[in-house]
Design a protein around this ligand. Structure first.
Ligand code: NAD
Ligand code: UDP
Ligand code: UDP
Length: 312
């Protein structure tokens, strides 16, 4: 197989660093572009000595002229604390980043994959969410810079496909966890694990009955690559996530057990616009990509806990 030259934007982030690693292991050449807003060099330190890996510090809201065969567009802060830090920059990253990467894909005739999100469904009225569901997003809320930015990016992808015949793949990612998640981004899995390891109170927002479905990072990356490699003409959008649903109370209980922690639960106010439920319908991914997740929550949590133990 001839090695491909692949651009990964957001490659120094949580998901991006795992993706770069997998592509290198497959034999591809990887150009990792990242402005290091939430990503770190630490995440890609182990890749820097590989001659097929290159890191470029660059902000995707500015044009980028490189020659590549495929583009994975992951650049965008993903957690509320980070995307709400500079909400205007968040929308710019999604929208202008998409325009620049699509312009690049058009010029070099590269296939391009967009890391979209289950947040395009907002606080969903149907459950589980299928790709044809149009979503319930508050356009002026504090999550809108992320949700609407990602929705607009999807629009751009499908318009570049219709108008300019760019080969696109749109992936809607559901909650993903694993090693190299940010310790301080306030996400539930990292919060609970760190609190449990440090013996601090576990902070449950609301009553803890809201549910999420958590996908382990290795499963997610397999789905992402399967989508990029899927048949010509299949553009998505396609949900990638793990449909096993847990309440935040159940998650806390699992983490307490696995860390053998004596932490207690405390209850705090629910953030604004916090979705009550979220669960992917992955029938389309199964049918089109032959993909489904294989790693159970407890197995994935064990690996993630091992990573955070090293950090603490
Ligand atoms: P992350 O914050 O670890 O990674 C995002 C990366 O993008 C970081 O390395 C950051 O420095 C970089 N970045 C941000 N703005 C940039 C800009 N303007 N120019 C260049 N680089 C920029 O988050 P992640 O969890 O790895 O998320 C990766 C992608 O997947 C994001 O697009 C996110 O929206 C999407 N996603 C993630 C999840 C999840 O559960 N982790 C869920 C849904 C969607
Ligand atoms: N662009 C880029 N790299 C390229 C080609 C284009 O960053 O290799 C950017 C370019 O700056 C432009 C955007 O992508 O603003 C959209 O490009 P397109 O060709 O679709 O539109 P136009 O140049 O006509 O605005
Ligand atoms: N959450 C919680 N305690 C925390 C952090 C988050 O109970 O310390 C809740 C949060 O209110 C939400 C769920 O866990 O209902 C998932 O939150 P996260 O930010 O990880 O993901 P998202 O809301 O984007 O799915």
């Amino acid at each position: 197989m001839i090695s491909k030259k692949i651009l990964v934007t957001g490659g120094a982030g949580f998901l991006g660093s795992h993706l770069c690693e997998r592509l290198l292991n497959r034999g591809d050449e990887v150009l990792c572009v990242d402005n290091l807003f939430t990503g770190t060099k630490q995440n890609i330190l182990h890749l820097l000595s590989n001659p097929r890996f290159e890191f470029m510090r660059h902000d995707v809201t500015f044009p980028l002229y490189v020659e590549v065969d495929e583009i994975y567009n992951l650049a965008c802060p993903a957690s509320p604390v980070h995307y709400q830090f500079d909400p205007v920059q968040t929308t710019k990253t999604s929208v202008m980043g998409a325009i620049n990467m699509l312009g690049l894909a058009k010029r070099v005739k590269a296939k391009i994959l967009q890391a979209s999100t289950s947040e395009v469904y907002g606080d969903p009225e149907i459950h589980p969410q299928i790709e044809s569901y149009k979503g319930s997003v508050n356009p002026i809320g504090i999550r809108a810079c992320y949700d609407e930015g990602k929705r607009c990016a999807e629009t751009l992808f499908f318009d570049y496909e219709r108008q300019h015949k760019v080969q696109i793949k749109v992936m809607r990612i559901f909650n993903t966890y694993g090693p190299r998640m940010h310790p301080n981004d306030g996400r539930v899995v990292s919060n609970f694990i760190l609190q449990a390891l440090r013996g601090e109170d576990i902070t449950i927002y609301g009553e803890g009955r809201q549910t999420r479905s958590f996908c382990y990072v290795d499963d997610l990356i397999s789905g992402m690559i399967a989508l990029m490699d899927s048949r010509e003409g299949f553009s998505g959008p396609v949900n990638i996530g793990n449909p096993n649903e847990f309440s935040m109370l159940e998650l806390a209980q699992n983490i307490i057990e696995l860390t053998e922690s004596r932490s207690k639960l405390i209850f705090m106010p629910l953030p604004q616009d916090d979705p009550k439920q979220r669960q992917p319908d992955i029938s389309l991914a199964k049918k089109e990509l032959g993909w489904s997740p294989t790693i159970e929550l407890r197995e994935g949590l064990e690996k993630t806990i091992a990573y955070f133990r090293e950090l603490v």
